[in-house]
Design a binder for this molecule. Structure first.
Ligand code: PSU
Ligand code: MN
Length: 304
């Protein structure tokens, strides 16, 4: 039944069949999270990084209505070039894009769903969605959080951007039983910066320790995801004031222009990128590569 919709790349399927490590990668970051051509270059570099680290990359998207776990370089190029014209697909959007046989770029939430269908347990990305600032009145809470509450995939990210309310995001995750692990850090990383004013739930120092937690969670049949927050490497971090003021300005513009719903995050990401020149994009690329390395190491330990 599932196979009527799902295409697992033969290389990914072979790895899964042989209990070899696989790392899922998302595609909204390609179509909506970065400009062309850096988005395509980054996606290909991330895949290579996973390979070099000894795991198999599985970039996830919807192509012509097919749920794809593992993309070709041509498919990555297609999603990157088409950019914002590709539908941004979260949980609610999946059946529509499938039924109309269109392309879709999967968010963290939708990528987790497809990874879970294929049996991929570790996923690397840049940043997760969360509770937006002003959510008290806008109700803007990313479906990524609800997915983390129910779908058993570990997400390696660089924390969350301060376009979000980091404190409320942590509260939401706590309510839904989603642990937030800091990799070699007590402080919740804030994407462009290594620290924030918030603490993670658990600090673990090695991929092996993290894999042990994932194994215990699975053995105990505790459903739901895990957030693994990996600070951006020091040399690529941004000065806090620079990024904070760009984020403030982007948030004000979004407010003035009435940007809301699924357009909100891509708008803010693009504006922050423009306002910081190329700097935030360079940081963004480096932190994704760093997350791909850690996710690969965790996937390897998870299979050991
Ligand atoms: N944060 C980033 N880069 C991204 C995203 C978030 O720093 O590319 C993308 C991810 O795909 C994430 C999605 O799942 O935005 C969240 O969108 P929303 O807030 O509409 O749920
Ligand atoms: Mn939203």
């Amino acid at each position: 039944m599932l196979n009527d919709y799902l295409d697992i790349h033969p290389e990914v399927q072979a790895a899964l069949d042989n209990n070899q490590p696989v790392v899922a990668l998302e595609s909204t970051i390609i179509s909506h999270g970065m400009p062309y051509p850096q988005n395509v270059e980054t996606a290909l570099m991330v895949s290579n990084t996973v390979r070099e680290a000894g795991a198999t990359p599985a970039t996830i998207a919807i192509i012509n209505g097919r749920l794809k776990v593992g993309l070709s370089a041509e498919e990555i190029e297609l999603l990157g070039k088409a950019g914002q014209s590709v539908t941004k697909v979260s949980r609610r959007d999946i059946p529509f894009v499938v039924a109309s046989a269109e392309h879709g770029a999967t968010t963290v939430a939708a990528t987790m769903i497809l990874a879970d269908m294929a049996g991929v347990r570790v996923f690397a990305t840049g940043g997760i969605g969360g509770v937006h600032r002003g959510a008290q009145t806008s109700f803007d809470v990313s479906a990524d959080l609800q997915e983390l509450a129910q779908t058993s995939v570990a997400v390696v990210c660089a924390g969350a951007k301060s376009i979000l309310d980091l404190g409320l995001t942590l509260e939401y995750l706590e309510t839904h039983g989603v642990p937030v692990i800091g990799y070699q850090t007590q402080s919740l990383p804030a994407f462009y910066t290594r620290t924030s004013d918030f603490e993670v739930d658990y600090c673990l120092d090695s991929p092996k320790q993290i894999a042990q937690v994932l194994k215990a969670k699975q053995a105990l049949n505790l459903q739901g995801g895990v957030v693994i927050a990996n600070p951006i490497p020091e040399q690529h971090a941004m000065p806090k004031q620079v990024i904070d003021s760009a984020i403030e300005q982007a948030l004000n513009e979004a407010d003035q222009q009435g940007i809301h719903g699924k357009a909100s995050t891509p708008f803010l990401l693009a504006r922050v990128c423009e306002l910081t020149g190329g700097d935030s994009l360079d940081s963004n690329i480096q932190l994704v590569l760093n997350n791909a390395k850690l996710a690969s190491a965790i996937a390897i330990e998870y299979c050991a």
